[in-house]
Design a protein around this ligand. Structure first.
Ligand code: AMP
Length: 125
């Protein structure tokens, strides 16, 4: 079910558990600010989630409250992962769902990185 992106951070969410090492993940990249791992239900040949290590509900929360270092680290990590995965020349797509209309289900900011083949139209209607 989609979440309310204005709710306070809930540290029982699945990505908080992944960050604490309570649930396994297939890590592709990690640094002091960021963890990137394969989505458990991929919707493209390559489907990676990039999340900040800080406790942020959504893009809205992160853009309002995160430090300059966290924001720079996150943006650079997304680009780094895409380059490492060889996605720049063929191309890729980034997506961040926010709140109910965005269809956000996990209340910890994540950017979806899709690639590995043509991705079709931007939105299914
Ligand atoms: P969203 O709808 O933007 O909140 O996307 C949540 C994403 O998290 C979905 O693509 C799920 O497949 C993915 N997901 C949920 N649980 C896990 C997990 N344990 N490991 C990796 N990805 C997950």
């Amino acid at each position: 079910m989609a979440i309310d992106a204005t709710q306070p951070y809930d540290d029982t969410n699945i990505f908080a558990k992944i960050l604490r090492g309570e649930i396994p993940n297939k890590t592709v990249y990690e640094d002091e600010h960021v963890l990137a791992f394969h989505d458990i239900a991929p919707q493209a040949p390559i489907h990676i989630l990039v999340i900040p290590k800080g406790a942020y509900v959504s893009w809205d929360d992160f853009s309002a409250r995160a430090s300059e270092a966290e924001i720079a680290g996150f943006i650079r990590a997304v680009g780094h992962v895409a380059r490492e995965q060889g996605l720049v020349e063929p191309g890729y797509r980034l997506l961040a769902n926010v709140g109910a209309h965005g269809g956000q289900e996990v209340p910890h900011l994540h950017v979806h990185l899709f690639g590995g083949g043509p991705l079709g139209p931007m939105l299914a209607r």
